[in-house]
Design a protein around this ligand. Structure first.
Ligand code: SAM
Length: 240
């Protein structure tokens, strides 16, 4: 384990105003070790080298903590979490959040449970299923302070998958690559129909010049009509 990389992670987290301690860094490293181990037998990520995991998965996931949207004890759902990004790093930097991780692939959910148990979290909710189905379930619909997603779908589709989970006054926090302008233009209709407004577009600063990521923050300003989300598969086939 390279001390240089550990220090890079520590400094990166501090740079986002996160109170770092050694146990937080140990949790991140344990998470990476299990990720690399499971990645030998299942497809979780193309990124396994320590420095890359720290920058492109961990620091990228938690950059939003610099901007004050995620407060103690908030309920957060990560839709299409895959190998746990960004939701599980959120929980590592703020264990008080009530985290739900949702993915349609059960083997990824099993992997996440293994990581969560290994790093000592016994209060994460793991959900195997389609975002479209749980978005209609009354135990999930409009029950979360924050919904988040990274690398799941184009914005108009993603809005329909995620916004139904968010309470009135809550936020959908979406992690994107650099070219969001085009996606945003195509999302005007979806935003209006689903009841959200864009409140902030944040440039992410990562310790690697080539990466140019954006975080889009949408506030839920009206209830989402019951007809959304449409049935599984329809949002991607016929984006709003
Ligand atoms: N968010 C993770 C990340 O940034 O590394 C994973 C990204 S991966 C490219 C997309 C994930 O979304 C996959 O794990 C896939 O199973 C999940 N997914 C795609 N569509 C979904 C849906 N409609 N409902 C639930 N999960 C979905």
């Amino acid at each position: 384990m390279s001390t240089e990389n550990i220090e890079l992670l520590r400094d990166g987290l501090k740079g986002y105003n996160i109170n770092v301690d050694d146990s937080m860094l140990e949790k991140f490293e344990k998470y990476r070790e299990i990720l690399v181990e499971y990645n030998k037998v299942m497809n979780l990520t193309g990124i396994t080298e320590q420095r890359e995991v720290y920058i492109k998965h961990f620091l990228d996931s938690v950059a939003i903590f610099n901007n004050g949207y995620i407060e103690d004890e908030m309920s957060v759902i990560d839709v299409g979490t895959g190998a746990g990004f960004p939701g599980l790093p959120f929980k590592i930097v703020n264990p008080s959040i009530q985290l739900t991780l949702l993915d349609s692939l059960n083997k990824r959910i099993k992997f996440l449970k293994e990581v969560g148990d290994s790093i000592g979290f016994d209060d994460i909710e793991y959900v195997h299923g389609r975002a479209e189905d749980f978005g209609k379930n009354k135990e999930f619909r409009e029950k979360f302070d924050i919904a988040t997603a990274r690398a799941v779908a184009n914005l108009p589709v993603l809005l329909e998958l995620c916004v139904p989970y968010v309470k009135l006054g809550g936020y959908f926090i979406c992690l994107k690559g650099p070219n969001v302008e085009n996606e945003l233009e195509k999302s005007e209709n979806a935003m209006k129909l689903l009841g959200v407004e864009l409140v902030e577009s944040i440039d992410v600063e990562l310790p690697d010049e080539e990466l140019n990521h954006k975080i889009l923050v949408f506030e839920k300003t009206a209830k989402t009509p019951k007809r959304f989300p449409r049935k599984a598969g329809t949002p991607a086939k016929e984006p709003l």
